[in-house]
Write a protein that binds this ligand. Structure first.
Ligand code: ADP
Ligand code: MG
Length: 311
């Protein structure tokens, strides 16, 4: 058995031309492996191809070429097993307005051939906090409740892999926390989680590994920690005791940027210049230091440096 939850090789998707639009190469040859048991983040700007990728995994969009293996099953050779291994919470709230949460879960269980004895609608309703709405029409549910129901729906067939497409876009903090608590719990129980998010901070906190996608290509794929370590630039911010002339000569490798709040930012490459060298240069320039702090690169910096260079 493969140790990968997902193995994607040479995946391409070209959407056919329609309404005068030219054909669109949404995925241009994606290679990606996602380890079992991880929380894996797919990041990328709007239109990067994240939903296309996820919808191919879910069997909702047909790939143009390439190979997709889900839990070791080739999508083309074992479509049923690969579909059974994955549950997807989609981006859109597509629910039948006249179905109750219990109906939705039961119908989905039926579609996936889950025998009655193995259904656990009550357990899922409790987990997503909809026990007391179990028999209400979906159209009477709030947006947040519908989103929770979509999470429940993705779980009815006990998938090994749970995929969430922008689960927290536009939701309030309470629902976001509830989603993440559930996701963490499911992951601790052994479920592999794949999610897309616009919120870099969220990816930084939640994900073990991250792939950054831009224009249909993977531009980076690494552990979150390694991605953050990739940016070599560091910034030291100094609050001077007294006002400082704008144009001060700094030694090579140190760039001084005065900020509007009166502080001075010094950018340097930490592998080439030590913090001590920066402090000495500041001292030699006659600047008296009132306060000092250093700023680490965050995922946003990594993201911007990767997605702007290939634009
Ligand atoms: P993301 O989820 O990263 O925002 P998508 O996968 O939704 O990106 O879209 C990738 C590209 O494919 C975009 O340029 C989008 O306009 C295009 N696209 C998505 N779905 C379709 C479709 N059904 N027909 C034609 N083009 C599409
Ligand atoms: Mg999308």
């Amino acid at each position: 058995m493969s140790e990968h939850a997902i193995e994607i090789t040479g995946l391409r998707k070209t959407y056919a031309s329609s309404a005068g639009e030219p054909p669109k190469d949404a995925l241009k040859g994606i290679d990606l492996t996602i380890p079992k048991g991880s929380i894996f983040g797919l990041l990328g700007p709007n239109g990067a191809g994240k939903s296309t990728l996820i919808n191919i995994l879910a069997g909702l969009v047909l790939k143009t070429t390439g190979q997709v293996r889900i839990w070791g099953f080739d999508q083309d050779v074992n479509p049923r097993q690969s579909r059974a291994s994955i549950g997807v919470m989609p981006q859109e709230l597509n629910l039948d307005p006249f179905f109750s949460p219990r109906n939705v879960l039961e119908v989905q269980a039926g579609l996936y051939g889950v025998p009655r004895s193995q259904r656990r609608s009550d357990e899922i309703l409790a987990m997503i906090g909809l026990t007391d709405k179990a028999n209400a029409y979906a159209r009477t549910l709030s947006g947040g409740m519908r989103r929770r129901l979509l999470l429940g729906k993705a779980l009815v067939h006990h998938p090994h892999i749970l995929v969430l497409d922008e689960p927290t876009a536009g939701v309030d903090i309470e629902l976001r926390n509830m989603l993440w608590t559930n996701v963490r719990k499911l992951n601790e129980q052994g479920m592999t989680i794949i999610l897309t998010t616009h919120y870099l901070e969220e990816a930084e906190q939640m994900c073990d590994e991250i792939a950054i996608i831009n224009h249909g290509e993977v531009v980076a794929c690494d552990t979150t920690r390694a991605l953050l370590g990739r940016l070599d630039t560091k910034t030291m911010v100094i609050e001077p005791e007294t006002a400082v002339p704008e144009a001060l000569q700094m030694p090579g490798g140190i760039e001084m940027c005065p900020r509007s709040d009166g502080t001075l930012a010094f950018n340097y490459n930490r592998t080439k210049v030590s913090a001590e060298t920066v402090l000495k240069a500041v001292h030699d320039a006659g600047i008296r230091i009132k306060d000092v702090k250093t700023v680490e690169a965050d995922l946003e910096d990594v993201f911007l440096s990767l997605t702007s260079s290939t634009a």
